[in-house]
Design a protein around this ligand. Structure first.
Ligand code: FE2
Length: 429
């Protein structure tokens, strides 16, 4: 009889998103076998008990330089974007290398321990010393055992509206940022916004980087920079490499314009990132009733065949005082605010924080549960993606390149009824 195949780690009885129940055999950091009834042995064998194994959650849009600063130097009393910007301007003066590293690393632990093993963070480069950037370049290396971190050079105060903004942006790319950022709607004039995008696109070409701009994050229906992004993307042949984040103004566009725009977004293969936690509380603040929802048109964009992902954006910072870095919370909000509760829409919401985000990060070749791919995955305490979203199920095991990097005990709630044996309450039918 032939010797049993040897693996480093085996997960038995995991349920894939397709509904298939399989075993995962992992060797040298990669999936070596994905099949039912795997005949093999390993140093560690874990029985997942039929729970969902998903490719890792992805955070495609956050701000780790500002994470966990809520209350410093004061809390946002009004909850508005403008007060948040004022508080951040004060807090930014006090940034130090160690301060950024400590908070960003803690924030990454929060995200990763809940299943987000890929993170794209914007880093404010409107700082002559690039303090936050230099700290996050170090963090990117230090956390490689847990997460893959992409850094966006983000000109928070403008490329043209901030002194030497374009120079600082380029310096950030020279230092090793993965992605070029921009913020056209924040530039002083419309013309400067358009010009700032051209500068960002020039840099993306010059340094061969992806591009991800904060774009049209306002309720102003005249904020129309995403059309400029589509035009530049097509003109330069950068289809699939460009992302527009937030695009909340799209919520307020008239339908005739919005659907004309969709055609160009599709031709540009532009990615859109919605950030429901922040935008549902920051937008609509100048409205009386009815109040706008502050979220881009996720459902309609998806129906049009445009790639949409969901980000959390902020965790305990001047703009968003809540959150734990759980990407399922962001997805849950997207489902509700975006009216995506249709039976077949619920699993599509899972795509927003997994497969669709993988396209944004340009990592599809190495992402997913399949033989030969890096063994990155998360087992949730639920049988399906639909149930995991419904229950906001905890991540029981997070595996990065074949190593269990987080492990959580499933929790049990018991009910004690008079005259009955105690029994657990299980949130499954
Ligand atoms: Fe953002």
């Amino acid at each position: 009889m032939a010797a049993l195949e040897r693996y480093d780690l085996i997960f038995r009885n995991v349920r894939l998103r397709s509904g298939e129940t399989v075993d995962l055999g992992i060797r040298e950091g990669r999936f070596a076998a994905v099949q039912a009834g795997l005949a093999g042995e390993a140093g560690r064998v874990i029985d997942a008990g039929g729970r969902l194994a998903s490719p890792p959650l992805i955070e495609p849009h956050c701000h780790l330089d500002a994470v966990l600063t809520e209350g410093q130097p004061r809390s946002n009393a009004s909850g508005t974007l403008l007060e948040g910007i004022a508080i951040w301007a004060e807090r930014k003066q006090a940034l130090t290398h160690d301060d950024v590293k400590q908070r960003a690393t803690e924030g990454i632990l929060w995200y990763a321990s809940q299943g987000a093993l890929h993170i794209r963070t914007h880093v404010d480069v409107c700082d002559p010393n690039l303090t936050a950037l230099k700290a996050l370049l170090e963090v990117r290396e230090e956390v490689r055992d847990l997460v893959d971190l992409q850094l966006v050079a983000f000109p928070q105060e403008g490329i043209l509206s901030y002194p030497r903004g374009a120079e600082l942006l380029e310096e950030a790319l020279r230092l090793g940022c993965d992605v070029v950022g921009a913020i056209p709607h924040y530039e002083t004039t419309r013309d400067m916004g358009v010009e700032s995008l051209r500068i960002a696109f020039d840099l993306a070409e010059k340094y061969d980087r992806l591009l991800d701009a904060h774009c049209d994050e306002t309720d102003d229906d005249q904020s129309r920079f995403v059309e400029v992004m589509a035009a530049e993307t097509i003109a330069r042949g950068l289809q699939g490499r460009v992302t527009a984040s937030h695009t909340t103004a799209m919520h307020s566009y008239n339908n005739a314009y919005a659907f004309k725009l969709f055609g160009w977004l599709k031709r540009a293969d532009l990615n859109i990132i919605a950030n429901p936690p922040d935008n549902i509380i920051l937008q609509g603040r100048f409205d009386t009733y009815p109040k706008r929802r502050g979220m881009t048109r996720i459902k309609e964009l998806l129906e049009f065949g445009i790639n949409v992902a969901v980000g959390h954006d902020s965790v305990m910072d001047p703009w968003y005082p809540l959150g734990t870095g759980n990407m399922l919370h962001a997805a849950f909000l997207a489902l509700h605010i975006g009216h995506m509760s249709g039976y077949d829409e619920i699993p599509r919401v899972w795509d927003l924080v997994t497969d669709n985000s993988a396209r944004v990060l340009n990592i599809t070749d190495s992402y997913g549960i399949a033989p030969g791919k890096p063994a990155d995955f998360v087992v949730f305490d639920a049988p399906t993606d639909r149930d995991a979203l419904r229950m906001l199920a905890p991540a029981l095991w997070c595996v990065k390149r074949g190593r269990v990097v987080f492990e959580r005990e499933p929790s049990t709630v018991r009910v004690y009824r008079e005259g009955q044996e105690p029994r657990p309450v299980v949130y499954l039918r």
